[in-house]
Each structure stands twice: as structure tokens, then as C-alpha cells.
Ligand binder design. Sequence first.
Ligand code: MLY
Length: 265
Amino acid sequence: SNDHFNWEDYLRETGSLSAPPHCFRQSKNPPSNDFKIGMKLEAHDPRNVTSVCIATVIGITGARLRLRLDGSDNKNDFWRLVDSSDIQQIGTCEKKGDMLQPPLGFRMNASSWPMFLLRTLNGAEMAPAAIFRKEPPKPPENYFKVGMKLEAVDKKNPYLICPATIGDVKGDEVFITFDGWRGAFDYWCKYDSRDIFPVGWCRLTGDALQPPGNNISITKSILNTPSSPPKAIRRSMQSAQKSPVPAQRGRKLGESRSPGPVTAP
Ligand code: MLY
């Protein structure tokens, strides 16, 4: 259909280029996801990365797993790729001579952890070694350039993968900006982050790529393109940008722009 987001059309309409796949720490073909809901595995606690905990797969989305740490609440779910080095089969921790830890915010008394661990593993379906995938290697350096398009996890809503643009590059870091949103979701990350993907990733994994937001941003580059509006209109667009009108949400392209504080979701 026509209103469905399509990268080919979008890249053409915005006159932009996608970041080449060699920029990313992602496999060329997304790994197959053979996990099943209910399987248990070991995962680094995202809130306390030195500890390894037991996690349960509570959702499957493309090449990612929705995980919940056993003994934790339902407010701290996190998502990991099946080829993430943050996850491993049960038994890995013990083999290395380490101990499984209760999650940060363990909902019971710390003294009940050993018994909780026994019970949570008793009769559990453990994810078999064969369905964990090897993490791809880091690209040797940061190949990203400002303006390149990509697909990126919205860290404030980590189940979402969205069209994004490289807004800045500094050493080993890149600034991820979300197309059609006004800065509230932007973040810096390492160029080898597992949360950023080449254009077309979601189409290959079957994940739902979010459409861009509908907050337009009148950038210098748009104002300077040959097809930009005539001078008089350009001047009024610029003065409109300076007028102290409160922010609106959900404007469509072509509607008047009013700047204001960035709005929360
Ligand atoms: N807070 C919004 C979600 C915003 C998502 C923004 N991402 C896609 C950049 C909501 O709950 O609807």
C-alpha cells in the first residue's frame, strides 16, 4: 500500500544514503531465531553487568529475545539479539567457576536466593547450546558518516526499531537521531553497538520497523537545496522558527512549524 513505510521511496524523497552494512557489528544475514517462549538461559543483568543471572524468554521479535530475569519484576524486561555476547546457555557461569547471582531488585530476601535458584531451574526448559549464535566481529573502525540512514533501537522504548540518521560522529561514537522526532529519543553510542542495524534489517528478520514520526525538522540542508522554497517563504519559515509559540505534537509535513521544548512521549 501507499502509506506503508518504504525505505527505497524514503531514501529517494529525502535524498539520503543508507549506512553500508560494513559499518555495523551485525551479521550480513540476520541470525535465525530458534528460541521458544519459556526457555531459560544465563544473561548479564543489564542493571548490574558484572552479575550473571537466570533469564526466561518471554517474547520473540525478529532476531531478538524479550528477556526477564528470574526473581525480578515485570518492569525491567530487556531485549537481546540471539547472537549477543550477553547471553549464554545455562551452566556456562558455573563452568567458569562463577556463581549465578540474584537480579538487582530480587523480590525476596537475599537469604532465600539459593533455594529460589534450585526451584526456578528444577524442570525448566533450558535453551540448547545450538540455538545461541556467535557474536559478529567489530568493524575495525568507525565508518559512519553524518547523514547516513539506519535502523536503530529506541532506548526509551527498546521493543521499537525505528528509521534513524547519524547526526554526529566523534571518535568511536555516533549520535543516533530518530527521523520525525524532535530530539527527545536521540542518544550517543559506540559505532559497534548491537542496537543499530543497516537499512533493511527489519524486513529480513520480520520485525516491525516503526514509521518515522511526523514532526518535521527544517534543517539547513533542506533550506539550501535547489528545490527549496523561494526566498520570501524561506524568510518567513525562519522567523516562524524563532517565534515563541508552545510546541505541538503530531504535525504533518506542510503544516506550520512552531518550535518549543522537546515533548516527552
Ligand atoms: N512515547 C511514545 C512513543 C514514542 C516512540 C518514539 N520513538 C519511535 C522514537 C508513545 O508512547 O507513544
